[in-house]
Design a protein around this ligand. Structure first.
Ligand code: ADP
Ligand code: MG
Length: 369
C-alpha cells in the first residue's frame, strides 16, 4: 500500500494546554505547597498553618496572617500572569528569582478545586471565592460566582482540593499518600528553618497534634534544633561569607570590579556528626532550590573529614544579584544556574572547609591536653 501522508496539524484545546502547563509547574502536592508558602511569606505572614489530607491530593490548606488580598483583586487572582509583585519591564530581573510570574494560583485552578478566604486590615469582613480554569466560579449550583462576605481573621486561607482530578496522568505519577506527605513535611521543615521568625505548623486533617510546630521569633539554630534534633544542633558550625572579603583567595580568578556582590550564610555539622544521607537545605534569594552541583561540591568538603559512607547536615542560604540568575532556566526546572557559579561555590566551599578543619584540629588539641 501507498505510504500514508502526514496527518493534519491541529491546535490543542486551550483547556488542555493550560492543564499541561499547570501540571509542569505544580507537579505534585509538595510543589503546590512550596508556592503557597512563598506567597504567604511574601505577604509578610508571621504564622503559617498547613493542613493536609491524603498526601495533599484530597486537601492542601494553608492559613496565614499576612496582608490579605484586596476584594477588588479577587476576580483576576487566579488568571495567568496576574501578580502584585512585578509591574514593569524594569522589574523583570525579579522574575528570574522564581515565583514572581503570577502562575502559581492560576496553575492550581487548572488542575484542582481552588478556594480563597481573605481579609485585609482595612476590610470589615473576610471574602470567600472559588476558582476553576483561571476564573471565579460559583461555590455550588444556584450560587453566583461573586466573592461572598464571611467571618474571618486578617490574612489569607487558600484551599486546594482534589488535585489532578482532571489530569489522570499526573495523579497516576504520584506516590502513596504517606510519601507525598513526607515530601510536604520536608518542604515545611526547610522553610521553617529558613524563616525562624515565622511560626509554622503542619498537620494531617483530623489529627489533633501537628507533625511540625515551630514558635515565632526563634533563631536559625533553635529552629534547626527543634526540627532536625539536638544531635545535629549540638554539632553545628556557622559561617558568613561575602563576595568582598579577602581578595587573596579570589585573586586567581580575575575578579572584575563590576562583578555583582553576593553573600552566603551556612550552618553545617562538624566531623563529629555522621549521617547516612546528606541533608541539604539550599536557599537562593529566599527560594528553596536544588542544585546537584552545589550539593556535590559541599559534600566533597567532608571527604577528608568524615569516614567513607557518612554524610553531613548543611543549610546554605545564598543571596545573589537576581539579574545573575539564569533566565533560561524555567522555574519548573528545579535545578538552578547563575553567573559566576563556580567561583562563588568555590569561595563558599573554601570557607566551610577552613572552618571545619580548624574545628576538628582544635578538638584533637583539646583531647591531647
Ligand atoms: P506570584 O506569587 O508570582 O505573584 P501567584 O499566582 O503565586 O503569583 O499569586 C498571585 C498574586 O496573588 C500574588 O502576586 C499576590 O498578590 C496574591 N497572593 C497570593 N497568595 C497570597 C497570600 N497568601 N497573601 C496575600 N496575597 C497573596
Ligand atoms: Mg507566588
Amino acid at each position: 500500500p501507498e505510504p500514508a501522508g502526514p496527518l493534519p496539524i491541529r491546535r490543542l484545546q486551550e483547556s488542555v494546554i493550560n492543564r499541561i502547563a499547570a501540571g509542569e509547574i505544580i507537579h505534585r502536592p509538595s510543589a503546590a505547597l512550596k508556592e503557597l508558602i512563598e506567597n504567604s511569606l511574601d505577604a509578610g505572614s508571621t504564622s503559617i498553618k498547613i493542613t493536609v489530607k491524603d498526601g495533599g491530593v484530597k486537601l492542601l490548606q494553608i492559613q496565614d496572617n499576612g496582608c490579605g488580598i484586596r476584594k477588588a483583586d479577587l476576580p483576576i487572582l487566579a488568571e495567568r500572569f496576574t501578580t502584585s509583585k512585578i509591574s514593569s519591564f524594569s522589574d523583570l530581573s525579579k522574575l528570574t528569582t522564581y515565583g514572581f510570574r503570577g502562575e502559581a494560583l492560576a496553575s492550581m485552578s487548572f488542575v484542582a478545586n481552588l478556594s480563597v478566604t481573605t481579609k485585609t486590615k482595612a476590610d470589615t469582613c473576610a471574602w470567600r471565592a472559588h476558582y476553576a480554569d483561571g476564573h471565579l466560579v460559583p461555590a455550588k449550583e444556584g450560587f453566583t460566582a461573586d466573592p461572598k462576605p464571611c467571618a474571618g481573621n486578617d490574612g489569607t486561607t487558600i484551599t486546594v482540593e482534589n488535585l489532578f482530578y482532571n489530569t489522570p496522568t499526573r495523579l497516576g505519577a504520584l506516590r502513596g499518600a504517606s510519601e507525598e506527605y513526607a515530601r510536604i513535611l520536608d518542604v515545611v521543615q526547610k522553610y521553617a528553618v529558613h524563616n525562624p521568625h515565622v511560626a509554622f505548623s503542619c498537620k494531617k486533617a483530623g489529627s489533633a497534634t501537628p507533625d511540625l510546630s515551630t514558635p515565632s521569633g526563634s533563631d536559625t539554630k533553635q529552629a534547626i534544633r527543634l526540627i532536625y534534633g539536638q544531635t545535629i544542633a549540638k554539632e553545628l558550625l556557622h559561617s558568613d561569607i561575602t563576595s568582598s572579603e579577602d581578595s587573596e583567595s579570589t585573586s586567581r580568578m580575575d575578579v572584575d570590579e563590576e562583578s555583582p556582590s553576593w553573600s552566603a550564610e551556612a550552618y553545617f555539622t562538624s566531623a563529629n556528626y555522621q549521617a547516612k544521607k546528606t541533608v541539604l537545605l539550599l536557599f537562593i534569594n529566599h527560594r528553596l532550590v536544588e542544585s546537584a552541583r552545589i550539593k556535590k561540591a559541599l559534600e566533597a568538603i567532608y571527604n577528608g573529614v568524615l569516614p567513607k559512607g557518612s554524610s553531613p547536615f548543611m543549610y546554605l542560604s545564598l543571596q545573589i544579584d537576581p539579574e545573575s540568575i539564569d533566565v533560561n532556566v524555567h522555574p519548573t526546572k528545579r535545578e538552578v544556574r547563575f553567573l559566576n557559579e563556580d567561583a562563588i561555590i568555590e569561595r563558599i566551599c573554601n570557607k566551610l572547609q577552613e572552618t571545619l578543619v580548624n574545628q576538628s584540629q582544635s578538638r584533637v588539641y583539646e583531647y591531647q591536653t
